[in-house]
Design a binder for this molecule. Structure first.
Ligand SMILES: NC(=O)c1ccc[n+]([C@@H]2O[C@H](COP(=O)([O-])OP(=O)(O)OC[C@H]3O[C@@H](n4cnc5c(N)ncnc54)[C@H](OP(=O)(O)O)[C@@H]3O)[C@@H](O)[C@H]2O)c1
Length: 334
């Protein structure tokens, strides 16, 4: 099968498309014939070695975090799934392997793809939607009627997060680019702020939760608009100590993360808010819930995403495209 491998970490890394054996499956795994694999910022971050402190892969490593496709083989212990099922998955961060014609994955990490989306579209859902779900359910245990502000909510994370947050009964305010306004309103946002026109700190105040999709330079302003004891969750900022604990890191990695997060932890004390870092984890049960939310609300198909579509041989162009065109969904179609 064709697969795109990382051979060495480098600022200017290139993946190499190789021809390798189709993976064998374990009794608890399924073999997915990949229809589409989504390309994300994190693939570039991994290739450049930016996550080496946290996840150091034994190279060569096939990259790719999320895929959709059909089950081609099932292991002896697999329940709930059958050959031919249309499924999607966020692959375990320690495993990856989505940029390949086939991937073997544990039954616990897959779910049937939403019926209301085309299967190739589903490949762009698991990574951001699981992040949103895990933030709202596992980290914050949100309560209906409370207010969530998403800063930078006009990308693929925002589109999933708005739908899931509305399904949980939250008031949702989004700051993002001009062209996403219409989509955000279709998805259910209560208020949308075009960040180039209005400074949200002038109109948003005392919210219960903030999700930051932009990065550490925005944390202080975000802390200012939270209620006392409110929660700020970062998607791509600085890992916190709780994250290190969840990942079951050893002493050295925990120590590094403690040093990295000291500044943001002290800022959050100053503003009397709580800081969290979330990296979405594989979870088939939660993905099943996400499929149900998508099918019930049935709104994602009504919005128009710009999309970059590439073949596996063009994987390096696709990775460059993600770097340059932030808001587009980029997929490798097999
Ligand atoms: N931790 C996790 O598990 C996880 C999961 C999913 C995503 N992520 C990370 O989360 C981040 C967001 O993901 P994404 O795919 O949604 O990214 P994205 O497509 O780049 O979306 C970010 C959006 O924010 C807008 N924006 C830029 N500057 C802004 C500002 N000052 N105020 C408000 N909006 C602004 C951008 O609009 P313009 O067009 O104007 O630039 C863009 O539409 C990425 O860094 C991604 O790696 C993490």
């Amino acid at each position: 099968m064709k697969a795109a491998e990382l051979l060495e970490y480098s600022e200017k890394f290139k993946l190499q498309v190789v021809d390798i054996d189709i993976p064998e499956i374990k009794p608890s795994e399924v073999l997915i014939k990949v229809v589409a694999a989504s390309v994300n910022d994190i693939d570039n971050e991994i290739g450049r070695g930016e996550l080496k402190n946290i996840f150091d892969y034994k190279l060569p490593q096939i990259l790719g975090s999320e895929v959709s496709g059909y089950i081609e083989k099932i292991g002896d212990d697999v329940e709930e799934f059958e050959i031919g099922d249309a499924v999607y998955t966020r692959l375990p961060i320690r495993q990856l392997g989505g940029f390949a014609e086939y991937v073997a994955v544990d039954m616990d990490y897959i779910a049937k793809a939403p019926k209301t989306l085309k299967l190739f579209q589903s490949s762009t859902v698991p990574f951001p939607a699981l992040a949103a779900y895990q933030i709202l359910v596992d980290r914050l245990t949100v309560e209906p009627g409370k207010t969530l502000f998403i800063n930078g909510g006009s990308g693929s994370f925002g589109s999933g997060a708005i739908v899931i947050a509305k399904a949980m009964g939250l008031n949702v305010i989004v700051s993002g680019n001009r062209k996403f306004r219409n989509n955000a309103m279709i998805l259910g946002a209560d208020k949308y702020i075009d960040y180039k026109v209005l400074d949200y700190t002038q109109v948003v105040d005392r919210v219960d939760y903030v999700i930051d999709a932009l990065g550490r330079d925005h944390f202080e302003d975000e802390m200012k608009i939270l209620k006392t004891n409110g929660d700020l969750v970062s998607l791509n900022g600085i890992p916190d100590n709780a994250f290190a604990k969840r990942q079951k890191f050893g002493w050295l990695k925990k120590h590094k993360i403690k040093k990295m997060s000291a500044n943001v932890e002290s800022k959050s004390d100053e503003y009397r808010v709580k800081y969290h870092y979330v990296l979405s984890r594989e979870n088939g049960k939660q993905l099943k819930k996400i499929s149900e939310i998508i099918d019930k609300t049935d709104c994602i198909k009504k919005i128009k995403f710009e999309r970059g579509v590439f073949k596996i041989e063009q994987i390096n162009e696709a990775l460059d495209y993600v770097k340059k065109h932030h808001t587009e969904k980029v997929i490798i179609l097999f």
